[in-house]
Design a protein around this ligand. Sequence first.
Ligand code: MGD
Ligand code: MGD
Ligand code: SF4
Ligand code: MO
Length: 695
Amino acid sequence: MPYATTVEDGRYRTVCRMCHGGCGALVDVADGRLTAVQGDPDNPNNRGFLCAKGRASLAQLDHPDRLTRPLLRTGARGSGSYRPIGWEEALDRVAEALDTTRREHGPQSLVVAQGTDRNYQEWLFRFANSYGTPNVLGPAHVCFYPRVMAGILTMGAFTFCDYEGSPDLVLLWGCNKSMTHGDGVIGTRLLDAVRSGTRMLVVDPRRTALASRAEHHLQVRPGGDAALALSMIHTIIEANAHDHDFVARHTEGFDDLAEHVTAYAPEAVEHITGVPAGQVREAALAYAAAPAAAIELGTGAQQNRNSFQLCRAALILSALCGNIDRPGGDVIWEPPGIIGRRALPLTEALPEEQNRLRLGADRHRILSMAGWAHPRSVWDAVLDHRPYPVTSMLVHGSNLLVNYADSDRVHAALERLGFLAVADLHLTPTAAMADIVLPVGGWLERDQIVEHAHYVAARRKLAQVGDCRSDEYILTELSRRLGLRHHFWPHADASLDARLAPIGWDWKTLADRSYRPTELRYHKYRTDGFATRSGRLALRSDALRAFGYDPLPAHKPPADSPGDGPYLLTSAHSPFFFNSEFRNIPALRGKEPDPVVELHPQAAAREGIADGEWALVSARGRSIRLRARVTDRVAPDVIVAAACWWYPERGPDGGWRESNVNRLTVNDDENEEMGSSNFRGIRCSIRPVGAGGGG
Ligand SMILES: Nc1nc2c(c(=O)[nH]1)N[C@H]1C(S)=C(S)[C@@H](COP(=O)(O)OP(=O)(O)OC[C@H]3O[C@@H](n4cnc5c(=O)[nH]c(N)nc54)[C@H](O)[C@@H]3O)O[C@H]1N2
Ligand SMILES: Nc1nc2c(c(=O)[nH]1)N[C@H]1C(S)=C(S)[C@@H](COP(=O)(O)OP(=O)(O)OC[C@H]3O[C@@H](n4cnc5c(=O)[nH]c(N)nc54)[C@H](O)[C@@H]3O)O[C@H]1N2
Ligand code: SF4
Ligand SMILES: [Mo]
């Protein structure tokens, strides 16, 4: 794909976003080409490191399959038949469809969707709130938000792991940080800390590379995590190893908690956790004894029936041991003062009567409180018009068909929509269902403010591919056409200066300096208290009780159907891809050409599956095909499938049915508070592909 550079020759300091990460990058521009992307040695996050995805940035920039012009569907939905149209026509058509939706059904009948945060999430909320729909859909329920909201309900804030303060121990709960670098604090910092003596406690059903290096590896059965966390709490309280001073001065509900966890002695829950009680006790006491310990909660902890209460249990562990807001512990996030995560969404623009209409708010109130519509409720509203019809969707950067639970139902819903627009870099199977496809630029193609846990940084536009535009441009232009321009800036780039103004910076200053760390403050609660009603951290949460949820974390088993097979299925992200992306980049696909399923040698022998052979994994009457990797890194009854797989080389539907684990995940045992789908511990069977059946 030809592209044009938009800057003079030279070396530019910017921020990678092949994932949602935040690694400093240096990009060389010479003779009208981007010639190299490398890690920025001066960036404190990654100190020169770039992962395989970051190193593939230029392959993404000029990828031959990039969308370069807006497309209008000319054939049946999903057929991939489109004709190119100009931006004015495309935006006019989208605006007209959104205006019709608003007039005929009410603004709540539009769902605005996004994928993982690419630093424009708050723009989508601003657009939705201005338009009047309470329905913003995202993967929040299975990614990041269970822990954010557990923090909000427990202490009025959320925390991040403080590598600046050199933790003595890091507890990695379902988090493969060295491979996935989630949440903008990449694995480099963890590995640096480990090299200087930080110990690790890993909770993961797989013996990952990190688990192999850890002092303690608790090989939990998928989905058994909440019981495990509660048994660790029990162990610490029983041994009287908690921080009495912090507990007495700054928390509430300790006695109730202590009483509650007596039901979770490690021996009593061994059949749920799969971890020998002695190991649990040792690990819990090592955590409690560490002078400063921090917790990384990954998706392993957030994609199950107990996601929210498990995250709360982890925060309670941290609080019991005095690790909240301690150097090297779990530090409370403070906003950097720009118009960003807090103010940019313009929550106040959404009328209260619309706010009450958010889909799923009746059942998953904590998810709704965070502003997110509940995915299953969205598909119900599209397909069954319950509790009101959803007729239109505007999707920015999400491959809904692959990444959400029960893909077959998602597909049915996308087919039924009256209007679907998708903004993406590629014609994904989801984009191929759209009436209008809008081509967007990747990270090298936009000026953007990057806001992460403890810094603000500048991403620079260095190139222009085809007629691609930014998400911010699209939303600004749509808002103008829909009569909402007073809620936006005159043009998307005008927002850059405006958003930085509160801290006395402008875009040029940020771009020149590239990075502005947020000042870290510790022990803030000592002067301010916690932002809860009582000012104390809620071990027992009366606010949750008032919402109708458990005030103390409990383990609830998933809706189990043993008839579905003897194995427990879970999934994990690949180091070489980003969720469903990059399977079309040869340098990355070459590292992992096929979707992989890991299974134990005993299971392989029992089922007659050889290493490297194709296998069928089946649950609830559906089957998917993956290539077996026989390994004793997993327990004999556990199977780990590659998450988010499709085949970009296979035409418009991208073979989304064939190897997509979410065809086997069904939403009948979601988390109450957050509506998290259960991707962990699903009963399944496995057999060699030759053994008949399929699909
Ligand atoms: N079974 C199972 N399912 C899972 C998971 C799992 O572990 N197991 N993981 C879950 C998690 S944690 C998440 S976050 C979700 C991910 O779900 P999604 O966010 O839908 O995942 P991506 O595959 O990252 O899709 C992003 C799309 O955005 C496009 N894109 C990239 N940058 C931009 C941009 O700047 N603008 C626009 N408009 N488009 C862009 C990409 O080309 C890609 O098609 O999946 C969830 N699903
Ligand atoms: N290379 C790469 N980087 C990524 C992504 C990617 O797809 N690829 N995705 C990005 C996104 S959206 C996110 S949210 C983050 C995710 O980052 P992580 O949270 O690290 O995601 P995963 O690697 O999917 O899962 C972490 C670990 O959970 C384990 N696990 C599976 N089931 C269970 C369980 O029941 N209990 C416990 N305790 N552990 C379990 C898996 O074995 C895996 O090692 O990474 C981001 N970065
Ligand atoms: S971890 Fe993310 S931000 Fe860092 S180099 Fe890799 S893709 Fe880029
Ligand atoms: Mo995610």
